[in-house]
Write a protein that binds this ligand. Structure first.
Ligand code: NAD
Ligand code: GLY
Length: 361
């Protein structure tokens, strides 16, 4: 088992990573569970993993109940949140109650925000079951729900008591969801870690085959990187924004296709390839390293080109809505060197246009 610490200024907490951790769950979560527990999950994850969590809570003698939400990003909204509050009140959940978020990023964000706000804040334990949630969303305390006008517009920072990652849960994850998570994994290499990028290249067959030891090592590496960034910049005043590598382009692609053509990670893969190509045009990245980047995303079954039916002008237009835009000036996370990113503002539109066009087939 890998054990890491997230030393966030507001609260320090452990991440436990290993194969089959759900089997011995009671021992791992004993210090982090209050008098009562509410397990928040969804209709897909409940039949797979809820019983293991309930067994652990029974072993601990903790009173518990489950809240099972419908599955999907469209249910990351105030109605689901209100349903959780209703169930907490119905079950007389007091301040000492611990919420357990069991599922992917949608459940983690929604349950995390319920915990941040119920009775002005109760404890939450994150048990992420998608690769994306295991390497990114369960760590760092960003919680929230969507608003009809945009994703993640309502939220709070609320760090968990602990994060427990059972890599065995990835065995039931649909392959496309695994691939989407790999986009965020590759991102950590592109942000600041050339050694990890090379490690992913060297181990790609083992990762694709879900070798348990490799998966645990890979997830631990990503969590350690994120933990260091969160410890340095919990509230995203600076370097935490680097975690959005490729996301400004990716979000524009997702919005233009009404969030139904790509998984988020798939759009991030294309966005990361555009950002790296921009690095080539700015003379910071070699063409060979940009080709390695596209090849690595493709090796993990991720798309690597901008499709012909989406115009460059439309992408540029949507990018103006990015949350990092300040005073109308677009700020982009871009390579300063290969696998060393920073924030640039004032990159000419013609240069951005050229990078997008260079990523077409
Ligand atoms: P998701 O939560 O929708 O999960 C994807 C699908 O996999 C769902 O159908 C889910 O039910 C299913 N699933 C989950 N675990 C499974 C398992 N082990 N076996 C079989 N099926 C399983 O999507 P996601 O990609 O995990 O998360 C996306 C969300 O995360 C978005 O809402 C995004 O905004 C958010 N996010 C948050 C942060 C953060 O820092 N808080 C970071 C990145 C993304
Ligand atoms: N996933 C971006 C962040 O946690 O800041």
């Amino acid at each position: 088992m890998h054990t890491l610490t997230v030393a966030a200024p507001s609260h320090s907490y452990p991440i436990f990573i290993g194969q089959n951790l759900l089997a011995g769950l009671a021992g791992h979560i004993r210090p982090y569970i209050g008098k009562k527990a509410a397990v928040i999950t969804n209709e897909t994850v409940a039949p797979l993993y809820l019983a293991a969590v309930q067994t652990a809570l029974d072993e601990l003698g903790t009173e518990h109940f489950a809240v099972i939400l419908p599955d999907g990003e469209q249910f990351k909204n105030w109605q689901s949140l209100n349903h959780i509050y209703d169930k907490l009140l119905e079950n007389r959940a007091e301040r000492g109650t611990t919420l357990i978020a069991l599922g992917g990023g949608v459940i983690g964000d929604t349950a995390g925000f319920a915990a941040a706000t119920y009775q002005r804040g109760v404890a939450v334990l994150q048990i992420p079951t998608t690769l994306l949630a295991q390497v990114d969303s369960s760590v760092g305390g960003k919680t929230g729900v969507n608003h009809p006008q945009g994703k993640n517009l309502i939220g709070a920072f609320h760090q968990p008591q602990a994060v427990l990652i059972d890599t065995a849960t990835l065995a039931t994850l649909p392959p496309r969801e695994f691939a989407a998570g790999m986009a965020e994994v590759v991102k950590y290499g592109l942000i600041n870690d050339p050694g990890f990028f090379a490690w992913l290249e060297a181990n790609r067959d083992g990762i694709r085959a879900h070798d348990p030891a490799l998966l645990a090592e890979m997830i631990a590496h990503c969590c350690a990187n994120k933990a260091a960034i969160v410890a340095a910049d919990e509230r995203e005043q600076g370097e935490r924004a680097l975690l959005n590598y490729g996301h400004t382009f990716g979000h524009a692609l997702e919005a233009l296709t009404h969030y139904n053509r790509w998984k988020h990670g798939e759009a991030v893969a294309i966005g990361s390839i555009i950002a790296t190509r921009l690095g080539v045009i700015l003379g910071r990245v070699s063409a060979a390293d940009a080709a390695r980047t596209a090849a690595l995303f493709a090796a993990f079954d991720l798309p690597a080109t901008v499709p012909a039916d989406i115009t460059t002008a439309a992408i540029l237009d949507k990018m103006q809505l990015d949350k990092k835009t300040r005073g109308g000036t677009l700020r982009l996370v871009l390579p300063q060197h290969f696998c060393a990113s920073g924030i640039d503002s004032g990159v000419p539109a013609a240069t951005i246009r050229a990078a997008i066009d260079a990523c077409r087939t």
